[in-house]
Design a protein around this ligand. Structure first.
Ligand code: FMN
Ligand code: SF4
Length: 518
């Protein structure tokens, strides 16, 4: 059997040197006259081990990492093609604690299969969900998705089945499925990982959404900063079309569904669903007032499902294994699994898929291993730039939509960014206001004007000008933005600001006046 070597082509792994490692391995194979197949897989998500190279042996896959080009010669000398020992030897990937502790439903194939091989996808359970869906009525598919308890993973946590039902029940000569792959939140990369590592699962999820709602056309709106994801998705769509998964007759059924990949132009607000629709229609991305909901009047005025990548990519496993299976994971009203993205100043950064319910402390301290600097964790921002900063005192909060909301926070797209005790929360609060001022679409006053006034007011606190009065003004301004903004950009910017003020009051006190030594 020809040896098979897996070297991630995922852009996170590439940023860590995977391409150089791939070249070194190909060169070494040529020099030694060894015939082997190199598969450019996705990443399994343990970025602290990337580039993680795997070989398929008679006893299963054996991983090595993080591999440097300078390791390659000694890897061959040590017999790595048959799983030989080496200082980078990690053993079976399934037994590496970071992976062994996960519950991989949505990411089951990511890093395992060849992303562009439909055969490899099917061998690992791909297309089963779509096949099952084709045997049901659209209403029954929608009922399954509703029953699974799946909620939107883009941020708002809205029940996916209810959104689909609205589109199914709305008449339209044309309907659309739009996949939100703008992934603008800080510290998030789950959408990118899926698109690069298992693109067919997103294609399958979108196709099921189309069949369930009567939509025949889909668009994936990908941020321009993701060129690798765009390239992989485009190729995967071609493969799916050729194989009859997409096209005029999906898998030989009477249903038609096809899709296109579109690239954004680099605005955070274009991740907001209605601004995204404007952008997709070729206009400047401005938030639309609701109603009408996109489900009634969305892309080009037609009934439209807009879902995040992970929401759509979670549908195939639901349709494959059943709503009850998926629903069995999780807690409260947060059902199934969530790919938590651990980033920032953290020892073990990466993607960790788990059932809802782990505490923030478990995620940061046990899975993330604390800070990379080895200093105490001061704060964790959960849910992107609009998410609250959590202090250690709130680390017992379980990962659950309602539990986070009860602590004035949000899960968002499940990105967590860790900060050590050198972080200045006054600066972080200013950053949140500044971010809002820069990214505001300008449609409503509380956000457009409020964020700029917010920066100015925080600057006065920094300068020690009437700090108490200005702190009260920031609080007042946050209330105006929270309750008066048209969308969550202005409406949620108060979360990082107010959580900084509430949980880290010392950082908002005037700096001690230094008295020059006599
Ligand atoms: C300013 C702003 C940015 C957003 N960015 C994203 C994004 O990058 N990706 C995403 O899926 N949802 C984003 N959302 C949420 C979307 O508006 C919308 O709720 C989501 O696409 C719906 O899909 P879901 O129900 O599957 O989560 C953003 C919302 C706001 C207010
Ligand atoms: S809150 Fe900000 S981004 Fe949202 S509509 Fe208003 S101005 Fe635009």
């Amino acid at each position: 059997m020809i040896p098979r070597i897996y070297i991630p082509g995922d852009s996170g792994a590439l940023a860590l040197g995977a391409e150089k490692v791939a070249k070194a391995i190909a060169g070494e194979l040529a020099e030694r006259g060894i015939e082997a197949k190199i598969v450019r897989n996705g990443s399994r998500g343990a970025y602290f081990l990337e580039p993680m190279v795997e070989v398929a042996t008679a006893n299963g896959r054996v991983a090595y990492g993080p591999v440097k080009p300078s390791d390659v010669k000694s890897l061959f000398d040590g017999g790595f093609l048959t799983g030989g020992h080496h200082k980078r030897w990690l053993g079976s990937p399934d037994k590496i604690p970071f992976f062994a502790k996960q519950t991989r439903l949505t990411f089951a194939r990511c890093g395992v299969t060849d992303p562009l091989s439909l055969e490899s996808y099917q061998k690992h359970g791909g297309v089963n969900g779509l096949t099952n869906a084709l045997a049901l009525t659209p209403a029954d598919i929608v009922a399954q998705v509703t029953e699974s308890g799946l909620r939107g993973r883009g941020g708002a946590g809205f029940p996916t089945g209810i959104k689909w039902k609205t589109v199914l029940d709305t008449a339209g000569d044309r309907k659309y499925i739009v996949c939100n792959a703008d992934e603008g939140d800080s510290g998030t990369f789950a959408d990118r990982m899926i698109m690069e590592g298992d693109p067919f699962v997103l294609i399958e999820g979108m196709t099921i959404a189309g069949i369930a709602t009567g939509a025949t056309k889909g668009f994936v709106y990908v941020r321009s900063e993701y060129p690798h994801a765009v390239a992989v998705m485009n190729k995967a769509v071609e493969v799916a079309r050729k194989a009859g998964v997409l096209g005029a007759s999906v898998l030989g059924s009477p249903y038609a569904f096809d899709m296109e990949i579109r690239v954004g132009a680099g605005a955070y607000v274009c991740g907001e669903e209605t601004a995204l629709l404007d952008s997709l229609e070729g206009k400047r991305g401005m938030v639309r007032a609701k109603p009408p909901l996109p489900a009634h009047k969305g892309l080009f005025g037609k009934p439209t499902v807009i879902n995040n990548v992970i929401s759509l990519a979670s549908v195939p496993v639901i349709m494959d294994k059943g709503a009850a299976y998926y629903k069995d994971f999780g807690m409260g009203r947060s059902r199934g699994t969530i790919p938590i993205q651990i980033a920032g100043n953290v020892k073990y950064a990466g993607l960790f898929e788990a059932a809802f319910g782990m505490t923030l402390g478990e995620i940061v301290d046990e899975i993330g291993g604390g800070t990379a600097t080895g200093r105490p964790v001061k704060a964790v921002q959960v849910g992107g730039p609009l998410g609250a900063y959590f202090p250690r005192a709130l680390f017992d909060t379980p990962f659950d939509y309602e539990a986070f909301a009860a602590k004035d926070g949000l899960i968002g797209h499940a990105g967590i960014v860790v900060f050590d005790d050198t972080a200045d929360m006054l600066k972080q609060a200013r950053f949140a206001m500044e971010f809002c001022a820069i990214e505001s679409c300008g449609k409503c006053t509380p956000c457009r004007i409020g964020s700029t006034r917010g920066v100015e007011t925080i600057d006065r606190i920094v300068a020690g000008i009437e700090p108490e009065k200005n702190l009260a003004l920031v609080t007042d301004l946050c209330n105006t933005m929270k309750f008066g903004s048209l969308c969550a950009l202005g409406g949620f910017t108060p979360y990082p600001v107010m959580s900084s003020i509430t949980h880290f009051p010392d950082d908002f006190k005037p700096a001690p006046v230094r008295v020059a030594a006599e």
